[in-house]
Design a binder for this molecule. Structure first.
Ligand code: PMP
Length: 444
């Protein structure tokens, strides 16, 4: 399998030549919070699929809902002229679910990158309908990750995800992220750093001209960039600045929606109402490629009361509102509520975070530990704590490998080990992850 994989599979986010030298783990099964590889080795999945399998791998109500929907109506488009009952039922549920955030309409997509693309498009169109066609630029955070399409890639903060594909969308600018461990201000106090980043945002808006900017897009807690929770003043500050300047706020909640942060959404976590919210990933627990952009009343009104003829939506996806995805999402939402999953995410997240901080006391290689908001944590590894020089690729790979052999799959992203396990894991599972990581660090 490894040889065949190397000759026929190109892996996303990997070097094409790497497959044989560094063969991937071949996963052949998954149950509960555990995955099994082709050699029969079973581990706790510290990655939760890819931040998306919140309810674990054997969620019977979702499987049943998918099977029933496949029997009844496997597919029909919701492009102009048709809808389906599954998507209507889901939309009513989402409307109730997102009512506290002021988000009442859903635009369906087939995943996170699509959701970002849709939000960026709707933001530009919103301004055009309102007669502000000059508002075309997008601002975002330097450590942000917003997917793979050209729009999302343009607002991605990490240059590694942009340069190979340039020229990207014109007019995208990135401001410093509230990342206390490393930032251009050398500020370690989270509250002060939040203020400095907010000032940087205001400066960029002034420099660009507020009336040229369509939207600011941010993750409420930065995920793929290394799990960076901002100070509690940051997102409310961004909201205020956007409102003051007529700029739409897009919350990219592809990771954070539906419980991961210990709250139902990341925006709610910070007490913020965004204008557009991107969701995907956990909306179907990883069982179906699906996403939804939730739209605030303020935006809805502009589109629905349009008298200019500019509000016709000129984009969509074949799988927008896929009935099987909708049925999966509906069952997933019901199960997430029934199990009160955010509560477990908060409790287990606190245990995981505390355990990682304890490991930091024992191992100099751990430069920074981030978490404290549900089940998204990261440890940033360094070769020298004083200089904060990043760890080398081979050593972090070794930590990952030894952790895997010791019982847990963890994810490596640059110098970070990222943990985003299913939200239904137990305290015992948390201890398995911690002791596997400990073995990894001890091996260095
Ligand atoms: N936005 C965020 C915040 C993400 O984390 C991701 C994926 N990790 C995306 C967008 C893109 O989602 P997808 O991979 O489903 O296209």
């Amino acid at each position: 399998l490894k040889e065949m994989n190397a000759r026929s599979v190109w892996h996303p986010m990997a070097h094409p030549a790497d497959s044989l030298a560094n063969p991937p783990t071949i996963v052949t099964g998954a149950q509960g919070v555990r995955i099994t590889d082709v050699d029969g080795h079973e581990v706790v999945d510290g990655v939760g699929g890819l931040w998306n399998v919140n309810l674990g791998f054997s969620c019977q109500p979702i499987k049943d809902a998918i099977a029933a929907q496949l029997d009844r109506l496997p597919y029909y488009s919701i492009f102009r002229g048709t809808s389906n009952d599954a998507v209507i039922e889901l939309s009513e549920e989402l409307r109730d679910f997102f009512a506290p955030d002021g988000l009442t309409r859903a635009f369906y997509t087939s995943g996170g990158s699509d959701s970002v693309e849709t939000a960026l498009r709707l933001a530009r169109q919103y301004h055009k309908i309102r007669g502000e066609a000059g508002r075309t630029k997008f601002l975002s955070l330097k450590k942000g990750y917003h997917g793979t399409h050209f729009g999302g890639a343009s607002v991605n903060g990490n240059a590694n995800f942009r340069t190979a594909y340039e020229p990207l969308l014109a007019g995208c600018h990135h401001i410093p992220a509230p990342y206390t461990y490393r930032n251009p201000f050398n500020e370690t106090d989270p509250a002060k750093l939040a203020q400095l980043c907010l000032s940087a945002l205001e400066d960029e808006i002034a420099f660009q001209g507020a009336n040229t900017i369509a939207a600011f897009i941010m993750e409420p807690i930065l995920g793929a960039g290394g799990v960076i929770p901002p100070h509690e003043s940051f997102m409310p500050g961004v909201r205020e600045i956007c409102s003051k300047n007529g700029i739409l706020l897009i919350a990219d909640e592809v990771i954070t929606a539906f419980g991961r942060t210990g709250s139902w959404t990341g925006s709610r976590h910070w007490g913020v109402q965004p204008d557009l919210m991107c969701t995907a990933k956990a909306i179907t627990n990883g069982y179906f490629p699906f996403g939804a952009v939730m739209i605030a009343d303020k935006v809805v009104e502009v589109f629905e009361k349009d008298e200019t003829g500019k509000a016709a939506i000129g984009h969509g996806y074949t799988y927008s509102g896929h009935p099987v995805g909708a049925a999966a999402a509906l069952a997933c939402l019901a199960e997430t509520k029934r199990l009160n999953v955010p509560e477990n995410a908060a409790a287990r997240g606190a245990e995981l975070h505390a355990g990682l901080l304890a490991l930091q006391e024992q191992f100099d290689v751990i430069g920074d530990v981030r978490g404290g908001h549900g089940l998204m944590c990261a440890v940033e590894l360094v070769s020298d704590r004083t200089t904060k020089a990043p760890i080398d690729k081979k050593s972090i790979g070794q930590v990952q490998e030894v952790a895997y052999q010791s019982g847990a799959m963890v994810r490596v992203s640059g110098p970070n080990i990222i943990l985003s396990p299913p939200l239904v894991l137990t305290s015992d599972d948390v201890q398995v992850i911690l002791s596997a990581l400990k073995a990894g660090f001890a091996s260095l």
